[in-house]
Design a protein around this ligand. Structure first.
Ligand code: ADP
Ligand code: MG
Ligand code: ZN
Length: 493
């Protein structure tokens, strides 16, 4: 996407945003990366610590086997090249939440390199440990007027994987969409809670601009810790606008690390960008290299299951669904499973008309979620997959219209039951081509002579009040296209 730079036509250069993302994923292990402390979120502060994660002298780290397994699953899912032998490095910096004075991370021999997801290439994927958590006390905790912060070491030493993309993203929206894809992929793998609120998925965005049509990379800035999809997109948009301003004024962007404040929209500088040599990386002498085996890879592969993008493709090909519907089902595994179970309830899907499958997919992806609670697992509600198939059949054969179908879903969600019985009890069956509907249409035309006249003289929009009358009279049971047909017939159009 190219964005135009300002309104000043004389100096207008259009820029192409270039974005690379760095994502930290907290792995769903039971214990920390290098010690046996339990992973905990929300427990009382400093209750899950030991000599290793508190960096007491002489304590030695041990690599968490499950963390390596989960990292391998991520590497395989993203199509990375797996290093047969990868090593840990010490990355030095001072921070109160980092008691060792360094973080154990990976440097020039990471576990995974390359790969791609949804058209965005990956640079690398490596393992590391998380820092502890600083809690800023604000007004409630001041000493001699200065703000103080306290440290909760429960998070210190949690297992992380850092995923680094190539600079292949070109708009804020694309960044948001790609991160959603990454999140559903990780969720499907079961390697992480991927909960942005709780910090188990965190994203930094590197942003630069270049004149549209050129290929050299511009100077980038890094937006730190954007903790929701909305903030990621807003932050990137704001940073693109800021850099445009800088470049249009003839100045240069300086390489720095930035903070985006979502409430004010302001971007502030945290620090000028550090270089790799500032970290004094050196190989971690207390840990052996991670030498993965064929067995470990086979085990990771076996644990993977079908990935969302693959499922999206399969749902399109096997059932003739649109890309949009297939994605809605594939990106929420339980919806996809529910759909496939509903199809199976009808026997061999090869014999099921595509139109019926599309109607079924629409009911499950679009109509069902808001009626059972948008985050509710459909298997946990009283609407069964077989009932949805029965309902889709009634829709496809015009025995009921969409308004009626929605009511049926509401009843099923309240107390379950049989679709046909609910339709009969509540008189929800569609009024089709019978005399009854023709009579109501005639009454509607009589009640709206002006609209009828305008319609007769070619004003298509005039049908609105007539259809409205019919829907009210029939309590929404009329089939819309049948009403239109009858109106035209009775007006001699
Ligand atoms: P650093 O050494 O500053 O961490 P890296 O080369 O490791 O930089 O890249 C970090 C991230 O920034 C990657 O996602 C990469 O794709 C992205 N990136 C690198 N250069 C640019 C650039 N000029 N514009 C936008 N993103 C960039
Ligand atoms: Mg970096
Ligand atoms: Zn510990």
């Amino acid at each position: 996407m190219a964005v135009s730079a300002g309104a000043d036509a004389a100096s207008a250069v259009s820029y192409e945003p270039v974005i690379g993302l760095e994502i930290h994923v907290q792995l769903a292990t039971r214990t920390k990366m290098f010690c046996g402390c339990e992973m905990s979120f929300g427990d009382p502060p400093n209750t899950h610590t030991c000599p290793v994660c508190l960096a007491l002298p002489g304590a030695l780290p041990v690599v968490n086997e499950l963390a390596v397994h989960l990292a391998l699953m991520i590497g395989l899912a993203l199509g990375c090249e797996l290093a047969p032998r990868s090593i840990f490095h010490r990355k030095h910096y001072f921070y109160p939440d980092l008691p060792k004075g360094y973080q154990i991370s990976q440097y020039d021999e990471p576990l995974c390199r390359g790969g791609s997801l949804g058209g965005v290439r990956l640079h690398r994927v490596h393992m590391e440990e998380d820092a502890a958590k600083l809690i800023h006390m604000g007004a409630s905790g001041r000493i001699h007027g200065s703000e103080i912060s306290v440290v909760d070491f429960n998070r210190g030493g949690s297992p992380l994987v850092e995923i680094v993309t190539e600079p292949d993203v070109h708009s804020a929206e694309q960044a948001g969409e790609w991160l959603r894809l990454l999140r559903v992929t990780l969720r499907q793998l079961g390697v992480s809670d991927v909960n942005m609120d709780e910090g188990s998925l965190r994203c930094d965005a590197n942003v630069s601009l270049r004149p549209a049509g050129t290929t050299a990379l511009g100077v980038k800035t890094e937006l730190k810790n954007l903790n929701s999809f909305r903030f990621i997109e807003a932050g990137i948009r704001a940073e693109i606008a800021r850099q445009e301003g800088v470049l249009d004024a003839g100045a240069t962007v300086s390489q720095e690390t930035l903070h985006f404040d979502p409430s004010s929209g302001q971007i502030t500088s945290l620090r000028s960008k550090e270089e790799a040599h500032d970290y004094r990386y050196f190989p971690e002498p207390d840990l052996p290299p991670v030498a993965i085996t064929e067995q470990m890879i086979a085990r990771a592969r076996a644990a993977m299951g079908e990935l969302p993008l693959d499922r999206e493709q399969r749902l399109q090909q096997a059932f003739g669904l649109t890309a949009e519907r297939a994605r809605a089902l594939a990106f929420r595994r339980e919806l996809g499973d529910y759909f496939e179970q509903a199809v199976a309830a009808g026997g061999d899907h090869g014999a099921t008309p595509t139109e019926l499958l599309q109607t079924l997919a629409n009911l499950i992806a679009v109509e069902l979620p808001p009626r059972i609670g948008s985050d509710t697992d459909p298997f946990d509600c009283s609407v069964t997959p077989a009932a949805m198939l029965a309902l889709a059949r009634m829709l496809a054969t015009k025995q009921i219209n969409m308004g009626g179908a929605r009511t049926v879903i509401e009843r099923l969600a309240e107390h379950g039951g049989e679709v046909e019985a609910i339709v009969a009890q509540e008189d929800l069956g569609a009024l089709g081509d019978g005399d009854e509907l023709a009579t109501v249409v005639a009454a509607a035309l009589a009640a709206h002579p002006d609209a009828a006249e305008r319609l007769r003289t070619g004003n298509q929009k005039a049908i609105g009040p007539i259809v409205g009358f019919v829907m009210r009279e029939t309590k929404g049971r009329a089939d819309g296209s049948e009403v239109t047909r009858l109106v035209h017939q009775q007006l001699g159009l």
